[in-house]
Design a protein around this ligand. Sequence first.
Ligand code: IMP
Length: 431
Amino acid sequence: MNYLLEGNAAVVGLQWGDEGKGKIVDYLAENAEVVARYCGGANAGHSVRINGVKYATHLLPVGIFRPNVVNCIGNGVVLDPAVLFHEIDEFLKLGVPISPANLKVSYKAHLVMPHHMQEDAARENKAGAGGIGTTKRGIGPTYADKMQRTTAIRVADLLHEDKLKSRVERIVVDRNKQLAAMYDSPPIDWKATYGLYRDYGRRIAPFVDDVGQILIDAARERKRILFEGAHAALLDVDHGTYPYVTSSSCSALGIFSGCGVPPAIVRNYIGIMKAYSTRVGGGPFPTEQDNDTGNYIRERGNEYGTTTRRPRRCGWFDAVAVKYSVALQGITAIAITLLDVLSGLDHLQICTGYRVNGQRVDLFRADMDVLEDAQPIYETLPGWRGNITTCRRFEELPREAQQYVKRLETLVGAPIKIVSVGPDRSATIMR
Ligand code: IMP
């Protein structure tokens, strides 16, 4: 049994998402009995490669590929039923068993509706280059309605068809007026929307459950639980690079409200970080390399969005930002991913501080005005050559790669326990 799962564990992102959380969740899920997602929605994309076949999930927890795992979708997730059922149908065709026995959906989760996607896209299109660069999956508007309360629809509402009908009518008719006035958007047919969501409700009903209670009971029975973070600390709505963030509490701090469990349930916080940095969409990125180095990383790392296929912005490792994410989330162990991507570069740069208004700054500040002016201060380390994807022990890595990993762990303040050197389950080194 992997010791990281003793006392339960969470896998969370330390950068701007896409760190390879999917692979590490899958790796750890071999010994887990429950895997739970707590934030975000179909804006997330977790990929896993099993025996050479690549699977991408947006809403389903990655534990779905492990036969004995119960997978939970917590109340903090915003659920687009169309995406969920598409994903279920695709995986069923590929022989992945999915049923109410291994998938539980919180009755408290909120639903992404057609008007949320319309609003997200209209807002982004109107803002043009000044937009956030969202995935247009309706995430922000759904969370906004959750906080607004009277304009939201939850999974539980799907189970009461009569009430659902009047609710959908009121909300869609009102929203049509707002969206027409603001963005000239065409009206959405509330009756068709009701019909669609009524049918989703009939299909989802057997999966709907009290996820918080399931997790609390599992913890009491000493079942091994793994919380699967989506996105990452620097995209967290409170603690990330606001306003260039997603709309959920996607750092580890969101686990408890997003699943309905007490904090003492998790002992191990496993932070996932790439050996370099990437981000998709707008927002500050001090170590960005919009040049040959960035292109080299993008092509070798296949840095294109799992959800939108957008090319990701690539850059050097930012130890200032990751140190902040480590402290914020109480990280107890780190998994470094995509180390193999850096093979072949003569030198590697690590950002160890910023220069802001002529002053050296060592602490990350999630404030746009500061970050936009931040000039990275780099430390340079030698690179390495050759293929490292077949290494299975830390000592087999080139000396320079070992040195790079050790330097990062000192800079960010937590031990690197897992080194991933390729997409397959087997390309993983435990230290
Ligand atoms: P939204 O989550 O679609 O509203 O997008 C808000 C911002 O978060 C955009 O810059 C997205 O590119 C980014 N984002 C959301 N989810 C992810 C993710 O899973 N990986 C990387 N970026 C993400």
